[in-house]
Design a protein around this ligand. Sequence first.
Ligand code: FAD
Ligand code: FES
Length: 259
Amino acid sequence: MAEKYKKRAAVRSQEQIAGGIFSMWLEAGPIARAARPGQFISVYSNDSGRMLPRPISICETDIGKGTLRIVYRVAGKGTEEFSRAQTGDSFDILGPLGNGFPTERCPRGKKAFLIGGGIGIPPMVELAKSIEGEVQAVVGYRDELFLTEELSAQGKLYVATEDGSAGTKGNVLDCIRENSLSADVIYACGPTPMLRAVKAYAQEQGIECWLSLEERMACGIGACLACVCQSKEIDEHSQVRNKRICKEGPVFAAEDVEI
Ligand SMILES: Cc1cc2nc3c(=O)[nH]c(=O)nc-3n(C[C@H](O)[C@H](O)[C@H](O)COP(=O)(O)OP(=O)(O)OC[C@H]3O[C@@H](n4cnc5c(N)ncnc54)[C@H](O)[C@@H]3O)c2cc1C
Ligand code: FES
């Protein structure tokens, strides 16, 4: 596992890219260099009243510039504070955290589904850039689209929207069926009901499947057990049937976790 770094990261730029969705580039050279797709950073508030960091996936990195990008939805006080930051402001960040997606499972000659739902879409950008096989990004939105340019630059892009305003009306699996798509491996990140459905689809079709779980977290480094999920095997650390999403995850083989 790559080393992790805690650093004060300056905001290089920030913009709103959809309703309530923000894109921020941070100066974080060592973290950007060490990161692999599907890993995340912990972003600390500058308000001492909010001690716990907020986990946010690494959307993409620019190693030449020593920067990394996060794309996040304003959910509560922490992300609301981040959304007010401007170029030159800074935050303490820790990362890269978690295990990331096994990109080697989709070498040249194989096809992957990169399935993202809502705020599970951002990590798919760096993943799409890193996979050697064929990228088919299948992304689901409630209504407004974001990160479509970045994804279509790396492969084929298929969109589903709940309200039918773009692409397939329905969810990501409706979109796969409507377009008669197939793949050798699935990488997915998004809300739990979507991941549950993707897991069932992968089992039914006999496709290898990797899921990134975005559970609520506290410490973010494996120390507090706030983020456990149920696993098939007994965990070495806790000696019970669970795994820490921040440490052993957030990416798991679908058959290894109960969701
Ligand atoms: C590994 C990981 C990666 C993540 N990556 C991203 C990302 O790339 N972009 C992004 O927008 N968000 C991401 N999240 C979710 C993000 O961490 C939360 O939205 C954020 O911590 C909320 O903080 P807050 O202070 O704004 O809201 P809070 O006041 O802490 O919470 C506001 C509301 O959001 C809910 N909430 C908080 N955390 C989560 C969560 N993990 N899942 C579902 N609901 C939650 C709370 O229950 C509450 O209803 C990720 C979470 C994890 C664990
Ligand atoms: S958040 Fe503390 S163990 Fe995962």
